[in-house]
Design a binder for this molecule. Sequence first.
Ligand code: UD1
Length: 384
Amino acid sequence: MKIVSVVGARPNFMKIAPFIRAIDSYNHQQGESIEHLLVHTGQHYDGEMSKAFFTDLGIREADINLGIGSGSHAEQVGNTMIAFESVIREYRPDWVVVVGDVNATCACSISAKKECVKLAHIEAGLRSYDMAMPEEVNRKVTDCLSDLLFTPDRLSSENLRKEGIAEDKIKFVGNIMIDTLEYERPKVEKLDLPDVLARNLVVPRTSDDLLMITNSDFAVVTLHRPSNVDDPHCLTPLIEFITNEVTRDMPVVWPIHPRTRKQLELFGLWAKVSRTQRLFLLRPISYLDMLRLNMDARVVLTDSGGLQEECCVLGTPCLTMRWNTERPITLIEQGGVSVLVGNQVERIRTEYHRALALPRSPARPELWDGCTAERIVREMVSAS
Ligand code: UD1
């Protein structure tokens, strides 16, 4: 069997690492060989957004890098489709495997199907039902084209059934992100918190400052969604809440996404955030460093889907700065730790104070057991 798998952007890397390991281990055990080619579309290209993740997660260098880079959605999707079509024509795989919901996922799915190659989607069936999110468009397009849809939870399988996807294509296998979390956990537990900070600081701090972060009483913030960071009327009150209120209660650690930094500079907010005494601004940090922060944080304020899932398994109270989620399994009402707080400060403030009173409470949804990638490889072998 010949597989081409695709990664493009930061959240894809932790989903592909366990898949590659599972293929290697299948080949080792069975003495059979699944041929596997890894394609990086190059949507994320900075060392911090891409290479650091390959190094951290032990992913070998991609066999092919399409070098797509930044651009409008149509530019990214269109350029990726054209470049990926040539890869398929040259290699003629039996399967193309895509992960997640970024532009690379959608673009390569379309090219694969137009070349009549079977398509498998890892992390299928997530739905926010918010078509203003580019990721929702990517998910729907990818799922309706896929021949095998690997879902992380039963709610996602149900979403696919409602859309009329045939039952035999839907495979509930669990959450592949958690394979990576469990695999890396022992390594991460050994990381020293002040050292994580010192290696990633944007604005230099004294070593005494860094010791503020040792006592498990700090908040972690991440923000990158266009709906939160592209409009100054939305971003400014969020920044005020974080810098004036949260830092009064505890130090705040904030790894900044390139888009967010650009927007803060554009809206004249950069000076304020970079001068707030108890706010530690970090560069985009590696997977292992992020997990280390999450393991000890008292609360996480984020608009990232992946962090919601990691908070769920680690038990960190999570305020999800969105009005909807494609990952309802992580919400408190489903047994998780996450609360949807949107981007209105009053609501965020109320839930933030409620979250501070919550104990750390790890949850483990069904099949989030670290063995998802092995199940996926087994399903693919039996479908071939
Ligand atoms: C993309 C994904 C989003 C994911 C996020 C994680 C889509 C539609 N969105 O959003 O689902 O949660 O990645 O980061 O695919 N940039 C750099 N260096 C890089 C990459 C980007 O500086 O290596 C800057 C560029 O200015 C670029 C901007 O960040 O224009 C946004 O990058 P882009 O890939 O368009 O989308 P993300 O916001 O990162």
